[in-house]
Design a protein around this ligand. Sequence first.
Ligand code: SF4
Ligand code: SF4
Length: 374
Amino acid sequence: MKPKVYQITAQSRSFVYDSGLMGKFERFLERFDVRRYIPEDELVPVKMHLGNNGAFKTIRPQFVKKVVDALKKVPAKPFVTDSVRVPGYEYLEIAQEAGYTHLTLGAPVIMADGIFGNDTIKVYAGETLGEMAIASAIHDAKAMVVLSHVKGHIQAVLGGAIKNISMGGISAAPRGGDWHQGRGKMHFLMGEIMQWDETKCTLCLDCMNVCPVDAISFPDEVYAVNKDACWRCGRCARVCPVEAITVPISHEVFMKAVAEGANAVLKTFEPGRVLYINFLLEMQPECDCMPIADPPVAQDQGILICDDPVAIDMATLDILSKVSPLPDSRASGLIPKEGWDILSLLHKKDARLQITQAERLGLGSSQYELEIVS
Ligand code: SF4
Ligand code: SF4
Protein backbone atom coordinates (compact mmCIF):
# COMPACT_ATOMS: atom_id res chain seq x y z
CA MET A 1 0.00 0.00 0.00
CA LYS A 2 1.29 3.46 -0.90
CA PRO A 3 1.97 5.83 2.00
CA LYS A 4 -0.59 8.59 2.33
CA VAL A 5 0.55 12.21 2.26
CA TYR A 6 -1.98 14.70 3.60
CA GLN A 7 -1.76 18.23 2.26
CA ILE A 8 -3.47 20.90 4.34
CA THR A 9 -3.94 23.71 1.86
CA ALA A 10 -2.76 27.23 2.64
CA GLN A 11 -5.90 29.02 1.44
CA SER A 12 -8.71 30.01 3.79
CA ARG A 13 -12.31 29.45 2.72
CA SER A 14 -13.72 32.20 4.93
CA PHE A 15 -12.85 34.39 7.90
CA VAL A 16 -13.69 31.60 10.34
CA TYR A 17 -10.69 30.27 12.36
CA ASP A 18 -11.32 26.67 11.33
CA SER A 19 -11.04 27.57 7.65
CA GLY A 20 -7.57 29.09 7.98
CA LEU A 21 -4.32 27.13 7.92
CA MET A 22 -3.79 27.30 11.70
CA GLY A 23 -7.34 26.11 12.42
CA LYS A 24 -7.20 23.38 9.78
CA PHE A 25 -3.87 22.14 11.19
CA GLU A 26 -5.27 22.08 14.73
CA ARG A 27 -8.40 20.18 13.65
CA PHE A 28 -6.33 17.75 11.59
CA LEU A 29 -4.13 16.91 14.57
CA GLU A 30 -7.24 16.36 16.71
CA ARG A 31 -8.60 13.82 14.22
CA PHE A 32 -5.29 12.21 13.29
CA ASP A 33 -4.32 9.00 15.08
CA VAL A 34 -1.13 10.32 16.76
CA ARG A 35 -1.21 7.40 19.23
CA ARG A 36 -0.50 5.00 16.39
CA TYR A 37 3.03 6.42 16.22
CA ILE A 38 3.72 7.79 19.70
CA PRO A 39 3.78 5.51 22.76
CA GLU A 40 2.25 6.80 25.98
CA ASP A 41 4.39 8.51 28.62
CA GLU A 42 7.52 8.56 26.45
CA LEU A 43 9.86 11.50 25.95
CA VAL A 44 9.36 12.54 22.32
CA PRO A 45 11.75 14.83 20.41
CA VAL A 46 10.01 17.37 18.19
CA LYS A 47 12.93 17.76 15.80
CA MET A 48 13.17 21.06 13.96
CA HIS A 49 15.63 23.70 12.80
CA LEU A 50 15.62 26.61 15.23
CA GLY A 51 17.06 29.12 12.74
CA ASN A 52 19.93 31.54 13.10
CA ASN A 53 20.46 35.21 13.79
CA GLY A 54 18.70 36.88 10.88
CA ALA A 55 17.05 33.67 9.64
CA PHE A 56 13.60 34.48 10.90
CA LYS A 57 11.51 32.56 8.35
CA THR A 58 11.43 29.31 10.27
CA ILE A 59 8.32 27.43 11.44
CA ARG A 60 6.17 29.79 13.47
CA PRO A 61 5.98 28.86 17.17
CA GLN A 62 2.15 28.65 17.02
CA PHE A 63 2.38 25.62 14.72
CA VAL A 64 4.99 23.96 16.93
CA LYS A 65 2.71 24.52 19.94
CA LYS A 66 -0.14 22.70 18.15
CA VAL A 67 2.13 19.67 17.70
CA VAL A 68 3.24 19.81 21.34
CA ASP A 69 -0.40 19.98 22.45
CA ALA A 70 -1.31 16.96 20.31
CA LEU A 71 1.58 14.96 21.79
CA LYS A 72 0.59 15.86 25.33
CA LYS A 73 -2.88 14.47 24.66
CA VAL A 74 -1.38 11.01 23.88
CA PRO A 75 -0.16 11.50 26.72
CA ALA A 76 3.53 11.82 25.87
CA LYS A 77 6.32 14.15 27.02
CA PRO A 78 7.43 16.24 24.05
CA PHE A 79 10.56 18.35 23.94
CA VAL A 80 11.60 20.63 21.08
CA THR A 81 15.11 20.04 19.85
CA ASP A 82 17.85 20.33 17.27
CA SER A 83 21.54 19.47 17.32
CA VAL A 84 24.09 22.25 17.79
CA ARG A 85 24.48 24.30 14.57
CA VAL A 86 25.99 27.38 16.11
CA PRO A 87 27.53 26.86 19.57
CA GLY A 88 24.82 25.44 21.86
CA TYR A 89 24.44 28.33 24.28
CA GLU A 90 24.11 30.86 21.45
CA TYR A 91 21.74 28.55 19.56
CA LEU A 92 19.40 28.41 22.56
CA GLU A 93 19.43 32.20 22.71
CA ILE A 94 18.58 32.35 19.00
CA ALA A 95 15.71 29.93 19.67
CA GLN A 96 14.42 32.11 22.46
CA GLU A 97 14.51 35.22 20.27
CA ALA A 98 12.56 33.34 17.60
CA GLY A 99 9.87 32.54 20.16
CA TYR A 100 10.81 28.93 20.79
CA THR A 101 10.70 28.73 24.59
CA HIS A 102 9.19 26.40 27.18
CA LEU A 103 6.71 29.15 28.00
CA THR A 104 5.49 29.67 24.42
CA LEU A 105 5.59 26.06 23.23
CA GLY A 106 4.58 24.27 26.41
CA ALA A 107 7.62 22.00 26.17
CA PRO A 108 11.33 22.30 26.99
CA VAL A 109 13.68 23.41 24.22
CA ILE A 110 16.98 21.56 24.42
CA MET A 111 20.07 20.77 22.37
CA ALA A 112 19.78 17.15 21.22
CA ASP A 113 23.55 16.71 21.50
CA GLY A 114 23.92 18.75 24.68
CA ILE A 115 24.98 22.34 25.28
CA PHE A 116 28.53 21.44 24.13
CA GLY A 117 27.24 19.62 21.04
CA ASN A 118 29.23 16.48 21.75
CA ASP A 119 26.74 14.25 23.53
CA THR A 120 26.47 11.57 20.86
CA ILE A 121 26.28 7.87 20.14
CA LYS A 122 27.96 6.28 17.12
CA VAL A 123 25.83 4.42 14.60
CA TYR A 124 26.86 2.85 11.30
CA ALA A 125 25.36 4.95 8.49
CA GLY A 126 26.50 3.19 5.31
CA GLU A 127 29.39 2.54 2.95
CA THR A 128 30.03 6.23 2.21
CA LEU A 129 29.94 7.67 5.71
CA GLY A 130 30.83 4.74 7.94
CA GLU A 131 30.01 5.44 11.61
CA MET A 132 28.35 8.75 12.45
CA ALA A 133 27.67 10.48 15.76
CA ILE A 134 23.93 10.68 16.41
CA ALA A 135 22.65 13.28 18.90
CA SER A 136 21.86 11.31 22.05
CA ALA A 137 18.43 12.84 22.79
CA ILE A 138 17.29 11.62 19.37
CA HIS A 139 19.15 8.32 19.55
CA ASP A 140 17.63 7.40 22.91
CA ALA A 141 14.03 8.33 22.07
CA LYS A 142 11.45 5.70 21.14
CA ALA A 143 9.44 7.97 18.82
CA MET A 144 9.91 11.32 17.11
CA VAL A 145 8.03 14.01 15.23
CA VAL A 146 10.06 15.78 12.53
CA LEU A 147 8.98 19.32 11.67
CA SER A 148 10.70 20.55 8.52
CA HIS A 149 10.57 24.08 7.17
CA VAL A 150 10.86 23.48 3.43
CA LYS A 151 13.50 25.64 1.76
CA GLY A 152 16.48 25.44 -0.56
CA HIS A 153 19.99 24.29 0.30
CA ILE A 154 23.20 24.84 -1.59
CA GLN A 155 24.11 21.16 -1.75
CA ALA A 156 21.03 19.14 -0.74
CA VAL A 157 18.92 21.48 -2.96
CA LEU A 158 15.79 20.57 -0.95
CA GLY A 159 15.75 21.19 2.77
CA GLY A 160 12.94 18.80 3.70
CA ALA A 161 12.41 15.81 5.98
CA ILE A 162 15.35 13.69 4.79
CA LYS A 163 17.89 16.48 5.16
CA ASN A 164 16.39 17.55 8.50
CA ILE A 165 16.83 14.14 10.11
CA SER A 166 20.19 13.52 8.46
CA MET A 167 22.12 16.76 8.90
CA GLY A 168 20.18 17.76 12.02
CA GLY A 169 20.21 14.39 13.75
CA ILE A 170 23.98 14.08 13.45
CA SER A 171 26.21 16.19 15.63
CA ALA A 172 28.62 18.77 14.17
CA ALA A 173 31.45 18.03 16.57
CA PRO A 174 31.26 14.67 18.37
CA ARG A 175 33.15 14.08 21.61
CA GLY A 176 36.86 14.19 20.91
CA GLY A 177 36.24 16.73 18.13
CA ASP A 178 36.75 14.34 15.22
CA TRP A 179 34.78 15.92 12.38
CA HIS A 180 35.03 12.65 10.41
CA GLN A 181 32.07 11.34 12.41
CA GLY A 182 30.16 14.61 12.43
CA ARG A 183 27.79 16.10 9.87
CA GLY A 184 30.64 18.03 8.25
CA LYS A 185 31.87 14.76 6.79
CA MET A 186 28.93 14.88 4.37
CA HIS A 187 30.38 18.06 2.85
CA PHE A 188 33.99 16.90 2.88
CA LEU A 189 34.03 13.32 1.64
CA MET A 190 36.37 14.24 -1.19
CA GLY A 191 38.92 16.35 0.68
CA GLU A 192 40.03 17.50 4.10
CA ILE A 193 39.51 21.23 3.80
CA MET A 194 38.26 24.05 1.56
CA GLN A 195 40.34 25.35 -1.32
CA TRP A 196 41.00 29.09 -1.50
CA ASP A 197 41.73 30.97 -4.72
CA GLU A 198 43.83 33.97 -3.83
CA THR A 199 43.33 35.54 -7.26
CA LYS A 200 39.56 35.79 -6.72
CA CYS A 201 39.50 36.87 -3.06
CA THR A 202 38.59 40.51 -2.40
CA LEU A 203 39.25 40.26 1.37
CA CYS A 204 35.63 41.14 2.17
CA LEU A 205 35.82 38.85 5.25
CA ASP A 206 32.25 37.53 4.83
CA CYS A 207 33.61 34.00 5.25
CA MET A 208 35.31 34.90 8.52
CA ASN A 209 32.20 36.58 9.87
CA VAL A 210 29.85 33.68 9.07
CA CYS A 211 32.04 30.97 10.61
CA PRO A 212 30.22 29.59 13.69
CA VAL A 213 33.44 28.63 15.47
CA ASP A 214 35.79 31.50 14.49
CA ALA A 215 38.04 29.10 12.63
CA ILE A 216 39.02 31.54 9.86
CA SER A 217 41.65 34.25 9.99
CA PHE A 218 43.61 36.25 7.42
CA PRO A 219 47.19 36.61 8.65
CA ASP A 220 49.07 38.72 6.11
CA GLU A 221 45.88 38.75 4.04
CA VAL A 222 46.08 35.00 3.44
CA TYR A 223 43.09 32.75 4.20
CA ALA A 224 43.89 30.41 7.10
CA VAL A 225 41.64 27.78 8.71
CA ASN A 226 42.11 26.28 12.13
CA LYS A 227 41.60 22.69 11.00
CA ASP A 228 41.03 21.39 14.52
CA ALA A 229 38.27 23.88 15.27
CA CYS A 230 36.56 23.74 11.84
CA TRP A 231 33.23 21.89 11.79
CA ARG A 232 33.34 21.50 7.99
CA CYS A 233 29.91 23.13 7.73
CA GLY A 234 30.76 24.73 4.37
CA ARG A 235 29.11 28.06 5.21
CA CYS A 236 32.26 30.04 4.39
CA ALA A 237 32.22 28.67 0.84
CA ARG A 238 28.51 29.41 0.49
CA VAL A 239 28.72 33.07 1.45
CA CYS A 240 31.82 33.95 -0.57
CA PRO A 241 30.49 36.37 -3.20
CA VAL A 242 33.22 35.56 -5.74
CA GLU A 243 33.49 31.79 -5.25
CA ALA A 244 37.04 32.05 -3.98
CA ILE A 245 36.39 29.19 -1.53
CA THR A 246 35.32 25.78 -2.79
CA VAL A 247 34.33 22.60 -0.99
CA PRO A 248 35.60 19.43 -2.64
CA ILE A 249 32.39 17.41 -3.14
CA SER A 250 30.22 16.18 -6.02
CA HIS A 251 26.44 16.42 -6.04
CA GLU A 252 26.06 12.64 -6.32
CA VAL A 253 28.36 11.85 -3.40
CA PHE A 254 26.74 14.48 -1.19
CA MET A 255 23.21 13.19 -1.89
CA LYS A 256 24.31 9.65 -1.10
CA ALA A 257 25.79 10.87 2.17
CA VAL A 258 22.61 12.74 3.14
CA ALA A 259 20.56 9.59 2.59
CA GLU A 260 23.00 7.52 4.64
CA GLY A 261 22.89 10.07 7.45
CA ALA A 262 19.09 9.81 7.54
CA ASN A 263 19.46 6.05 7.54
CA ALA A 264 21.71 6.17 10.62
CA VAL A 265 19.24 8.35 12.54
CA LEU A 266 16.16 6.34 11.57
CA LYS A 267 17.85 3.05 12.45
CA THR A 268 17.61 4.08 16.09
CA PHE A 269 13.77 3.90 15.95
CA GLU A 270 11.47 0.94 15.59
CA PRO A 271 9.52 1.07 12.29
CA GLY A 272 6.43 3.28 12.39
CA ARG A 273 7.61 5.50 15.23
CA VAL A 274 8.49 8.68 13.31
CA LEU A 275 5.98 11.16 11.95
CA TYR A 276 6.93 13.88 9.45
CA ILE A 277 5.38 17.31 8.96
CA ASN A 278 6.69 19.52 6.13
CA PHE A 279 5.79 23.21 6.22
CA LEU A 280 5.68 24.61 2.68
CA LEU A 281 5.48 28.15 4.00
CA GLU A 282 7.83 31.10 3.46
CA MET A 283 10.08 28.86 1.40
CA GLN A 284 13.32 30.75 1.06
CA PRO A 285 16.12 29.84 -1.33
CA GLU A 286 18.71 28.94 1.29
CA CYS A 287 19.02 26.93 4.49
CA ASP A 288 17.85 28.39 7.81
CA CYS A 289 21.51 28.12 8.93
CA MET A 290 22.32 31.25 6.95
CA PRO A 291 22.11 34.53 8.90
CA ILE A 292 19.48 35.92 6.50
CA ALA A 293 15.88 35.40 5.39
CA ASP A 294 15.28 35.98 1.69
CA PRO A 295 11.91 36.57 -0.02
CA PRO A 296 10.09 33.27 -0.59
CA VAL A 297 10.66 31.64 -3.99
CA ALA A 298 7.04 30.45 -4.32
CA GLN A 299 3.66 31.06 -2.75
CA ASP A 300 2.75 29.10 0.42
CA GLN A 301 1.55 25.58 -0.36
CA GLY A 302 0.38 24.58 3.10
CA ILE A 303 1.45 21.70 5.35
CA LEU A 304 2.17 18.06 4.48
CA ILE A 305 1.89 15.18 6.97
CA CYS A 306 3.08 11.62 6.38
CA ASP A 307 4.79 8.71 8.15
CA ASP A 308 7.26 8.21 5.29
CA PRO A 309 10.20 10.63 4.80
CA VAL A 310 10.70 9.72 1.16
CA ALA A 311 7.04 10.09 0.27
CA ILE A 312 6.67 13.45 2.01
CA ASP A 313 9.78 14.89 0.32
CA MET A 314 8.72 13.49 -3.05
CA ALA A 315 5.28 15.06 -2.64
CA THR A 316 6.99 18.32 -1.67
CA LEU A 317 9.05 18.30 -4.88
CA ASP A 318 6.01 17.38 -6.98
CA ILE A 319 4.13 20.35 -5.53
CA LEU A 320 7.14 22.61 -6.10
CA SER A 321 7.25 21.47 -9.74
CA LYS A 322 3.90 23.14 -10.35
CA VAL A 323 4.41 26.51 -8.62
CA SER A 324 5.24 29.82 -10.27
CA PRO A 325 8.36 31.71 -9.19
CA LEU A 326 7.47 34.74 -7.09
CA PRO A 327 8.48 38.16 -8.40
CA ASP A 328 11.29 39.92 -6.51
CA SER A 329 12.56 36.57 -5.20
CA ARG A 330 15.73 34.80 -6.29
CA ALA A 331 13.54 32.46 -8.32
CA SER A 332 12.06 35.33 -10.32
CA GLY A 333 12.55 34.81 -14.05
CA LEU A 334 13.30 31.08 -13.82
CA ILE A 335 11.94 29.23 -16.83
CA PRO A 336 9.88 26.17 -15.80
CA LYS A 337 11.24 22.82 -17.01
CA GLU A 338 9.21 19.62 -17.19
CA GLY A 339 9.85 17.45 -14.12
CA TRP A 340 11.97 20.09 -12.38
CA ASP A 341 10.93 21.72 -9.11
CA ILE A 342 11.65 25.35 -8.39
CA LEU A 343 14.49 24.61 -5.93
CA SER A 344 16.32 22.37 -8.40
CA LEU A 345 15.97 25.04 -11.10
CA LEU A 346 17.29 27.64 -8.68
CA HIS A 347 20.29 25.63 -7.49
CA LYS A 348 20.90 24.06 -10.93
CA LYS A 349 21.04 20.56 -9.43
CA ASP A 350 18.44 17.83 -9.21
CA ALA A 351 16.90 17.47 -5.74
CA ARG A 352 15.36 14.12 -6.73
CA LEU A 353 18.72 12.45 -6.36
CA GLN A 354 18.20 12.74 -2.59
CA ILE A 355 14.91 10.85 -2.96
CA THR A 356 16.47 8.18 -5.17
CA GLN A 357 19.28 7.56 -2.71
CA ALA A 358 16.95 7.43 0.30
CA GLU A 359 14.63 5.03 -1.48
CA ARG A 360 17.61 2.84 -2.44
CA LEU A 361 18.42 2.51 1.26
CA GLY A 362 14.85 1.47 2.03
CA LEU A 363 13.91 4.62 3.96
CA GLY A 364 10.55 4.89 2.24
CA SER A 365 8.65 5.06 -1.01
CA SER A 366 8.58 7.75 -3.70
CA GLN A 367 5.15 6.44 -4.71
CA TYR A 368 2.45 7.95 -2.54
CA GLU A 369 -1.21 8.83 -2.38
CA LEU A 370 -2.04 12.50 -1.88
CA GLU A 371 -5.11 13.51 0.13
CA ILE A 372 -6.04 17.17 0.12
CA VAL A 373 -7.37 18.70 3.34
CA SER A 374 -8.93 22.03 2.43
S1 SF4 B 1 33.61 25.09 7.06
FE1 SF4 B 1 34.15 27.26 7.05
S2 SF4 B 1 32.45 28.29 8.15
FE2 SF4 B 1 32.32 26.10 8.63
S3 SF4 B 1 33.45 25.83 10.54
FE3 SF4 B 1 34.90 25.43 8.87
S4 SF4 B 1 35.90 27.38 8.46
FE4 SF4 B 1 34.06 27.81 9.67
S1 SF4 C 1 34.30 35.61 1.50
FE1 SF4 C 1 35.54 35.12 -0.32
S2 SF4 C 1 36.20 37.09 -1.09
FE2 SF4 C 1 35.49 37.45 1.01
S3 SF4 C 1 37.36 37.21 2.26
FE3 SF4 C 1 36.39 35.23 2.20
S4 SF4 C 1 37.40 34.17 0.48
FE4 SF4 C 1 37.82 36.34 0.24
